[in-house]
Design a protein around this ligand. Structure first.
Ligand code: SF4
Length: 229
C-alpha cells in the first residue's frame, strides 16, 4: 500500500478537510470545558472523562460533575470519591476516572495550583502529567496542543490512529509515538490541534472503523485505502 503523502501534501489534505467538514466546538468535550470554564485544570478533567468513551457522553458527564461537585482543583480535592463517581457514571469507568481526577487534583495542588499548568515548559509538564496514574500521552497531548498551543505533540485518539494507518503514513502495528510523529510530519507542527479535531470529524462522518463511507469521502481520489463501493 502506498501513502497519501505521495498524492497530496498535508496542507492540501487539511484544506480539503476544512472545506468538507465543519466540526462545531460543542462536539468536543475539551473545547466545551475550555470555553465554558476557562480553567486549565477543568480542561484536564474533561479530557480524563473522555477516555474510552465518545464526546457526547463525556460532555454529559462533565456538565453533571460541574453542577454537582465542581471542576476546580479544590472542588475535586474536597469532594468524596463517591460523589464524583455518581456524577460521571455516563462516561463509563467511573471508579477509575474518579481516582485519576483525585490524583490529578492532588498533583496540581502540590505544583502550586492551576496556573502552573500554563507556566511550566510543555515538555516538562508532559512528563509530569504522564507520571500521574491514569493520565496517558493522549490526555497530555490534547491538553498541550489545545491550551498551551505546544509544538512537537499530536494527540492520537482511535480515529487518528485508524486514519493514519489507512492513509499509509504508518504500518498497522505502529504505536502511539510513531503515529503521533508521522502526523506532525505530515500536517506540520503548527496545525496539530486543528488537524486532530478534523481527523476526529473525518472518522465520525466518513472513515468509521467498520464500513468506511469511501465513496462519499472527500479524500477518495488520494487515499490508498479507498474502497470503490
Ligand atoms: S477514502 Fe475511505 S479509508 Fe480513505 S479516508 Fe476516506 S473513508 Fe477513510
Amino acid at each position: 500500500m502506498g501513502s497519501i503523502a505521495e498524492k497530496a501534501s498535508g496542507s492540501e489534505v487539511l484544506e480539503r478537510l476544512r472545506k468538507s467538514l465543519s466540526p462545531r466546538w460543542d462536539e468536543y468535550v475539551a473545547l466545551v470545558s475550555y470555553r465554558v470554564d476557562k480553567d486549565p485544570f477543568a480542561v484536564l478533567v474533561s479530557i480524563v472523562l473522555s477516555q474510552n468513551t465518545n464526546d457526547k457522553n463525556s460532555i454529559k458527564a462533565y456538565l453533571k460533575l460541574r453542577e454537582n461537585v465542581g471542576v476546580s482543583v479544590n472542588d475535586i480535592m474536597e469532594a468524596s470519591e463517591n460523589s464524583i463517581i455518581e456524577s460521571i457514571k455516563i462516561a463509563g469507568l467511573a471508579r477509575q476516572k474518579a481516582r485519576t481526577l483525585k490524583e490529578l487534583a492532588k498533583a496540581v495542588h502540590s505544583w502550586g495550583g492551576p496556573d502552573y499548568l500554563l507556566r511550566e515548559d510543555p515538555s516538562i509538564l508532559r512528563k509530569k502529567l504522564i507520571g500521574i496514574p491514569g493520565v496517558g500521552p493522549k490526555t497530555a497531548d490534547v491538553f498541550l496542543s489545545l491550551v498551551r498551543k505546544a509544538r512537537g505533540v499530536f494527540a492520537v485518539d482511535t480515529h487518528a490512529a485508524r486514519i493514519a494507518k489507512r492513509w499509509g503514513l504508518v504500518g498497522e502495528k505502529a504505536g502511539y509515538d510513531e503515529v503521533s510523529q508521522s502526523l506532525i510530519r505530515f500536517f506540520g507542527d503548527e496545525n496539530n490541534e486543528e488537524a486532530h479535531r478534523l481527523l476526529i470529524a473525518l472518522g465520525r462522518k466518513y472513515c468509521a472503523a467498520r464500513r468506511p463511507r469511501c465513496v462519499e469521502c472527500p479524500l477518495k481520489d488520494i487515499c490508498p485505502s479507498a474502497r470503490q463501493q
